[in-house]
Design a protein around this ligand. Structure first.
Ligand code: GDP
Length: 360
């Protein structure tokens, strides 16, 4: 392993899109994440996939390799894809970046055997509220009676192997689920039949157990992002960074886990975060990412970085972070900035975060 195998994103005009996984309990959110992470485990460091703080990073090269059977001739303009590790509502509601959703897009997991469930609808409402686009993973297709497993195959290929009976059941359930979405005011369609991308949301049938449809899901996520979100994904020096968690780590004191959505952070940068008792101005002592070698990761050793570019999940060590409020933005004080002004800006979104905490 190279000493630092984190993706170099210099010279790239787009940053990696950030994706989170939503859906009802037991639909397979966790399993799906494991599945998209694990396919290449036998190839050393999982085909360049890196474990980050709070997220998993998939380099474009890995996505290209895993989707080559789709012959999509995919031109990938983004350096990769960052998938948030904690599925569900909570991370999504906490993951904000200056008032809007931190996630660029989401995977909404629906169990093909159960259709839309209460938390699917809650997720839909959150996504609508944040104006976040999503792709439906119609999961557990392997549970259709008589399904023939085609490990990690594109869904089209897998579907061609199935019997008439399986396809009848598949189509019946699919139609029912499309109707349920319509009742929620949303048009959805199988992605390879979808001619009105944008107005009609895409459905990708998947199995998180045997991997059918996972190549399609990965490719669609990246293509969708780079096609419709160029402006949002353009790399900018303007730092956009959200605090996920506050944690005490042996040897580092209180640290914050953040997602750097855009821009670059340096060791020694002066930053402002929101604290329970008001804004805290401090200096980045260390920028940390998990060790790429599994054994060392278990022991809790981190790689130190002089600078890190977006989009990435990072741990930051600094003094005075004890009372930082998760879900708020981190600000960098530039050489020409007025610290007091930044402190005020930093406290602006605290109220909305606090009111959410009160409610829950
Ligand atoms: P979560 O609550 O949405 O994170 O759901 P989990 O990932 O924990 O999955 C719930 C259960 O469904 C577990 O027992 C999984 O093994 C199972 N499961 C998840 N995805 C699939 C799938 O694609 N096919 C089958 N047969 N079972 C699945």
């Amino acid at each position: 392993t190279k000493p630092d195998d984190h993706p170099v994103q210099n010279g790239q005009s787009l940053r990696s899109p950030i994706c989170c996984i939503m859906g009802h309990v037991d639909t397979g959110k966790t399993k799906l994440l494991d599945c998209i992470r694990g396919t290449n485990v036998q190839e050393g460091e999982a085909g360049g996939i890196t474990q980050q703080i709070g997220a998993t990073y998939f380099p474009a090269e890995n996505i290209r390799e895993r989707t080559k059977e789709l012959k999509a001739d995919a031109k990938l303009n983004v350096p990769g894809l960052l998938v948030i590790d904690t599925p569900g509502h909570e991370s999504f509601t906490n993951l904000r970046s200056r008032g809007s959703g931190l996630c660029d897009l989401a995977i909404l997991v629906v169990d093909i055997m159960h259709g839309l469930e209460p938390q699917t609808i809650e997720s839909l409402n959150l996504l609508k509220m944040r104006n976040t686009d999503f792709i439906v993973a119609l999961n557990k297709v392997d549970r259709l009676y008589g399904w023939k497993t085609c490990r990690n195959a594109p869904i089209g290929k897998a579907i061609r192997q199935q019997s008439k009976d399986v396809m009848n059941e598949f189509n019946r359930r699919l139609t029912e689920i499309i109707t349920q979405f319509k009742e929620q005011g949303l048009n959805t369609e199988l992605y390879y039949k979808n001619k009105e991308m944008g107005e009609t949301y895409n459905i990708v049938p998947t199995s998180a157990i045997s991997g059918e449809g996972i190549p399609d899901l990965l490719l669609l996520l990246v293509q969708w992002a780079q096609k419709t979100m160029v402006k949002r994904l353009t790399y900018s020096e303007d730092v956009q960074c959200t605090v996920l968690e506050v944690k005490v780590v042996e040897g580092h004191g209180t640290t914050i886990d953040v997602v750097l959505v855009n821009g670059v952070l340096h060791e020694g940068d002066q930053i402002v975060v929101c604290g329970m008792q008001g804004p805290v101005a401090t200096t980045i002592r260390a920028l940390l990412t998990p060790h790429p070698m599994r054994e060392l990761r278990v022991k809790g050793t981190y790689l130190h970085h002089k600078e890190i570019k977006a989009a990435q999940g990072i741990k930051i060590a600094a003094q005075g972070l004890e009372h930082t409020i998760a879900g708020t933005s981190l600000y960098v004080v530039g050489p020409r900035d007025d610290v007091e002004e930044i402190k005020e800006a930093a406290m602006e979104d605290v109220n909305s975060v606090m009111s959410r905490i009160d409610k829950s």
